[in-house]
Design a binder for this molecule. Structure first.
Ligand SMILES: [Zn+2]
Length: 268
């Protein structure tokens, strides 16, 4: 069986879509998932994420969590300080592994660009001060994401989750010290640019995830996603890389482990 870490999922939203948390974790164990990161998208879901990690972690599968403010959750922006306080209050909790998701999303709404950037700046500051990685969501905002992260370079660090750009953009982000995380989109037929990034980046700079319940990889494309399906992202990675499968599996696992231990990716 594989050893896999799903570095980004939303168990609470999976449950809303009809699959109990306990069942999705049983399924995950059967597919070799050893750890998962439950992601917060606003104040409430971040509090819920901590609760899920306490309730469901066991010797077989550990549930880490993040605290964040998703760029499309615009009604949450005034709660920025409360969310930052929640992060500080839990900084000694070893299962709190990241700040996020946070970021820029111009696909859903580009009328709030200034607010999105303001929130992102604050959380990147916190990342540097607290030595806690960020989980960055970036959609239709490649240029601004790169330039904003550049402003915080050598302090903030973390992962670009559910990567949807191309190799040149990935290279810039890796050079800034960020991991690039690939979701089930990697296995979509039309995802050539994303696959090229996965082929060319250093293996040490990459993570895998599901972003479940969204973006299920083939053979479940269009259906509800769950952490177990990280296996299909891993197997797609096998087909794209030249290294032996066991080495790809091991390095991706070690990268993800470092991420959950709040360690930075350094490419040199
Ligand atoms: Zn997400």
């Amino acid at each position: 069986m594989y050893s896999i870490i799903d570095t980004h999922c939303h168990l609470d939203i999976i449950q809303e879509q009809g699959l109990e948390v306990a069942q999705s974790l049983r399924n995950a164990k059967e597919f070799g998932i050893k750890k998962i990161v439950q992601i917060g998208i606003d104040l409430e879901s971040s509090i819920r994420a901590k609760g899920l990690s306490e309730k469901y972690s066991d010797e077989e599968l550990e549930v880490f969590y993040s605290i964040g403010c998703h760029p499309t959750e615009t009604h949450e922006f005034p709660k920025k300080e409360e969310i930052l306080t929640l992060i500080r209050e839990n900084i000694l909790d070893k299962r709190l592994c990241a700040i996020g998701e946070i970021g820029l999303d111009y696909y859903h709404d580009d009328s709030t660009k200034a607010y999105q950037a303001d929130v992102l700046h604050s959380f990147l500051d916190a990342s540097g001060k607290l030595s806690l990685p960020v989980v960055i969501h970036s959609r239709d905002a490649a240029e601004d994401t790169v330039s904003l992260l550049k402003e915080h370079r050598d302090k903030a660090f973390g992962v670009i989750h559910c990567f949807t750009y191309d190799y040149p953009t990935a290279k810039k982000l890796v050079d800034l010290g960020y991991y690039i995380s690939f979701s089930g989109i990697l296995a979509f037929k039309n995802a050539r640019d994303i696959q090229e990034a996965a082929e060319k980046l250093p293996l040490e700079s990459m993570l895998i995830e599901t972003d479940a319940p969204f973006l299920a990889p083939p053979p479940f494309r269009g259906k509800r996603n769950e952490p177990a399906y990280t296996k299909f992202v891993l197997e797609k990675m096998f087909s794209l890389r030249k290294e032996p499968n066991a080495e790809v599996e091991k390095i991706l696992y070690n990268n993800s482990l470092k991420f959950t231990q709040r360690k930075a990716y350094h490419h040199d």
